[in-house]
Design a protein around this ligand. Structure first.
Ligand SMILES: [Zn+2]
Length: 234
């Protein structure tokens, strides 16, 4: 009997052991870099390669951009989030325009969440179009937003990638299924930018809700400089 009780205690301890061990989920020391997966996705989008400038590509995954590096940077004395977890593909910017307007010195850095079907039109246009704009492709730029008279951006990648403006596209690459999102990182003319309270609270842990949603009615004032792609394993 005594040995039975003792055995029972031992069994219980053993039974608990696997639970106790598996509870703290192992944290991978180096996250897997998904740059090659994002490159494969970009190829599938079949965008004209001439739009891109490989010299300005940069991966912000946890391996390539580690936790000791800043979460927030400043452009034109204004904070914006580093797009952690995204891969940035440099977009060709008109040199004369960039130089004469000093966009890399004096303009804000902002993010514009979008979907893959709009990328070709926007990048070819060189500026974020306004809803209803006639495009070089012969089509019309359509955004299903209540306000059709402004372009909306955000200094926060977290706000710009909310799914209602930045839908998830699921695709299988080399036998693995991923959820992809696309955002355009832009330089934005500081003139006539209205900064509004976030429509959703606590979306970004780095920037204040008070002025997370920006809008402008200025044409040619938001220039895409990078296509950001994020892949998440399903
Ligand atoms: Zn990486």
């Amino acid at each position: 009997m005594g040995s039975g009780c003792s055995k029972k205690t031992t069994d219980t301890t053993l039974a608990l052991t696997p639970t106790t061990v598996s509870k703290p989920a192992p944290v991978p020391k180096t996250a897997e870099c998904l740059k090659s997966v994002c490159v494969a996705y970009l190829k599938k989008l079949k965008l004209n390669i001439k739009y891109f400038n490989r010299k300005r590509n940069k991966c912000y995954c946890a391996s390539c951009y580690d936790s000791t590096q800043p979460n927030v940077l400043t452009a034109a004395n204004t904070k914006y989030t580093v797009p952690r977890g995204w891969v940035a593909f440099g977009i060709q910017v008109d040199n004369a325009f960039a130089t004469s307007n000093k966009i890399f010195d004096n303009w804000y850095t902002t993010f514009f969440g979008t979907s893959k079907d709009k990328l070709e039109d926007i990048i070819r246009n060189r500026f974020i179009p306004f809803p209803g704009d006639h495009l070089l492709s012969g089509g019309t730029f359509v955004l299903n937003l209540p306000d059709q008279n402004h372009v909306y951006t955000s200094p926060s990648i977290n706000y710009a990638s909310l799914e209602h403006v930045c839908p998830i596209d699921t695709m299988t690459i080399d036998g693995t299924s991923y959820d992809f999102q696309v955002v355009l990182q832009c330089k934005q003319n500081p003139a006539d930018v209205q900064k509004l309270r976030s429509g959703k609270p606590k979306v970004c842990k780095y920037l204040s809700d008070a002025d997370l949603q920006w809008k402008t009615d200025q044409r040619s004032s938001v220039v895409p400089t990078h296509l950001l792609i994020r892949a998440k394993k399903r």
